[in-house]
Design a protein around this ligand. Structure first.
Ligand code: GAP
Length: 441
């Protein structure tokens, strides 16, 4: 049977809308550029992505979680370097008025070329700060400016002392956080890849200076293995090392994990050795000592930080792109999202073969029983073939069909998404069977 991967992003955007994963924000008003809403299936899927990351991080004895506020003291962003340095070079095209990032454009004869119309007549680049500003309280003036955080990491650094002392953590230890970040991107785009409001999943690992390079390598490997266990096609993942002026102002070393999206290789996650840049800056700006005292060796030092930072929306997009496949031809064609069960928004769908009362009541009883333990769906409309296709397209690993024989023999048919094989299973064995099968994907 022929199998085709995803060829273009628009195919996925249309599936996402049709099946309730992602909608354009404020669509009935014409939409708001680069803002997206997660529909019923998308919201569950995104929650699964977050839980998978959260478990991978916090189910280790030395990593704990945090949920810091989006609004922070404005001095935080002075200390972090974002007020002065978090900007992109903005250029205007004099011919077509397109606005774009100089560092994303091609050069021709030493001049910047407009990516839209190809003109070489452009303005000089000027630095544009990416932080969104707002005001705290009823009066909007310079004195009460606050920023929507452009990264979650700073909430972790300013709580370093609180977490270490309340949780009695000894170095090395990590703090993980999931939360919204905001960047006034000049050129957002590619669906949920680059947006102005997005969620980040960041982990800061505090280590003794001198052990940082080893920990950096360990985290590179750990994160690579994370993507492996999510079932990613290994040929579509690679590392990209940041060198020279690619390095962010805080980084001693940095690698991106890149994924080959339909629009090309692009950053999925950043792994950074941030040295003691952040803690020393916050120590300087706040006047509070943030040194760590190592009881065992009677040493005091400012820890170094190894950071792993991935966008939840971007990871969700990569997972969907990677999982999408088309099988077969013409009328036998089916679209499948080959999601790992832990990521699939629905684990089991219950499909009564007919709408007859007695079949419905048995089906609803089984459905309610499973709903206590799994995300489940119930669908009784359309032909059984169409219902299977609908579940394939949203990545449901197992479908349970209840037919008239079920009323007699207390057995149901379980259909496997990938192999499309079917097993007849007794109702009293169904949970054990499903549990076992879901682990096999
Ligand atoms: N704390 C470090 C930091 O924020 P980053 O490389 O700027 O590093 C980390 O961002 C990750 O956050 C990126 O690899 C990407 O997955 C995600 N991300 C950054 N900007 C984004 C945007 N505008 N839209 C969606 N995701 C974004």
């Amino acid at each position: 049977m022929s199998t085709q991967p995803l060829k273009d992003l628009s195919t996925l955007v249309s599936l996402a809308k049709r099946r309730g994963f992602v909608f354009q924000s404020s669509e009935i008003y014409g939409g708001l550029n680069s803002c997206w809403d997660y529909g019923p299936l998308g919201a569950q899927f995104k929650l699964n992505v977050k839980m998978t990351w959260w478990k991978a991080m916090t189910r280790r004895p030395e990593i704990v979680g945090l949920d810091a506020a989006i609004l922070m003291h404005p001095q935080v962003w002075k200390a972090s370097g974002h007020v002065d340095g978090f900007s992109d070079p903005l250029v205007d095209c004099k011919a077509c008025k397109n606005r774009f990032r100089e560092d994303h454009a091609q050069k021709k004869d030493g001049k910047t070329q407009c990516p839209r119309c190809g003109s070489l007549e452009t303005t000089e680049a000027r630095e544009f700060n990416l932080m969104f500003k707002t005001h705290m309280g009823p009066v909007a003036d310079e004195g009460n400016t606050v920023y929507l955080r452009p990264e979650t990491a700073q909430g972790i650094y300013v709580n370093f002392e609180n977490v270490a002392s309340s949780m009695r953590k000894k170095i090395p230890f990590g703090i993980a956080q999931i939360g919204k970040s905001f960047r006034n991107e000049i050129t957002p785009g590619n669906f949920i890849f680059r947006t102005r409001e997005f969620e980040q999943m960041e982990m800061q690992y505090f280590v003794k200076p001198g052990t940082d390079e080893e920990w950096f390598n360990t985290w590179k490997e750990t994160r690579w293995n994370f993507y492996k266990t999510l079932g990613f096609n290994q040929d579509k993942l690679r590392f990209h090392e940041h060198v020279g002026n690619e390095l962010a102002h805080y980084a001693k070393a940095a690698f991106d994990v890149e994924y080959e999206f339909p629009f090309g290789w692009s950053e999925l996650e950043g792994i950074h050795n941030r040295g003691d840049f952040d803690l020393s800056q916050h120590q300087k700006f706040s006047g509070k000592k943030l040194e760590y005292f190592d009881e065992a060796n009677k040493e005091k030092y400012l820890p170094y930080v190894i950071e792993t930072a991935v966008g939840c929306d971007r990871l969700a997009l990569a997972i969907l792109c990677d999982a999408y496949r088309e099988e077969g031809e013409d009328k036998d064609k089916r679209v499948v999202l080959g999601l790992k069960p832990q990521l699939a928004p629905i684990k089991v769908a219950f499909l009564p073969l007919s709408k007859k009362e007695e079949l419905q009541s048995l089906s609803q009883k089984i459905y309610a029983d499973f709903a206590e333990d799994y995300e489940v769906d119930y669908d009784e409309s359309g032909s059984i073939g169409k219902r299977y296709r609908r579940q394939d397209e949203i990545g449901t690993p197992l479908c349970v069909t209840i037919d008239f024989d079920s009323l007699e023999d207390q057995k149901v048919t379980v259909r496997h998404r990938d192999a499309m094989t079917q097993d007849r299973v007794s109702l009293d064995q169904l949970k054990t069977y499903v549990d076992h099968k879901l682990r096999e994907f």
